[in-house]
Design a protein around this ligand. Sequence first.
Ligand code: HSE
Length: 401
Amino acid sequence: MFNVAILGYGTVGSGVFKVINDNADVLKKFVKDDVNVKYVLDLREFPGNPVEKVLVHDYDIILKDDEVKCVVEVMGGIEPANTFVRKAIASGKSVCTSNKELVAKYGAEILALAKENNVSFLFEASVGGGIPLLRAINESLTADNFDSVAGILNGTTNYILTKMSTEDLSFDEVLKRAQEKGYAERNPEADVEGYDACRKIAIISSLITGKQVNFEDISTEGISHISKEDIYYSRNMNMPIKLLGLMKKIDGVVYAMVAPFMLGEEHSLRNVDGVYNAVNFHGDMLGNVMFYGKGAGSLPTASAVVSDVVEIAKNGGKNIDIPWDKECVSLGDMASFKAKFFVRLEGADLDDKVKSIFNGVTFAEHLQGETAFITEEEFSAPELQSKLEGFKVLSTIRIAE
Ligand code: HSE
């Protein structure tokens, strides 16, 4: 019997309980033993729910039980998750988690602690929900130098942008609907301002480089300023707007950012809609490889968490090495990162003025009282800003081709 304790019986925790119980036969095929949820830790009571039989309110019960080989942390947030995870590892238990805040901030540190204690720390579900991305980086994508990663890493914002486009609604209208349906959090800031995607691209970048990429250093812009008018142009030009998490290595310098982009005809992520996530890696030998699937939700996320439980059990609880050093990567200055831009200016009849400033632009069929175009040259954000001095700028959005 391989005994597991789940910390937190929320959306993901209840999913983990269900996956382990409903798919017991599948798990047994790989583990060659029964996987058993011995405890679920939660402050709440769940009268009438089967979880009642294993529910505990005191973490020490789990820590002191030597039969528990794996702790599943699905509480979210930094504390008490951080303390609980470190205590589990110090007690000789492996840990798996879906907690991207914890992994982005302390991933390298906790991995080092796990190594010292000869146990494992796995976090497949922290990025891309149910998509098996991180194990792919560590076990499959091991023969290449990866010079670029581009991902749609947040289901909530992708759902909002998709609905704004297909139903011609404003950001606020879609957000309200998404909250009513439970797709978006009551406090949507982490999703809509890009903070969630920022932590996810920080984790991916850390695993790709094998060093600490601090999420605080990543230039992050969300989607709350994307207007109905921006979406109108994106639809007319057949260039969907997506919130991308990007990592690029140029001349040995690593750049990372989160920002909305308009995607061109050839872009591999342009058809990733709704709550789906997708990530494209480019390797020097492999070329492009793309992963696609459900990036959020109870069961897809739980499926990834339980795949970590299986991995830990198969490995006898011993340390699984994940190269992620504490040494920090010094990221390149995003101010020098260049892209073509879509630009909207207040005022019609500005075409000649615009043509005199830029070496080449493609004008868009514009809304009344404004001028809109795509630059043919690439600019850094400060370069574009200085070109547009004197104009009333309504919006600028980067292009990814
Ligand atoms: N809020 C996240 C999203 C959940 O919308 O993608 C999964 O991390």
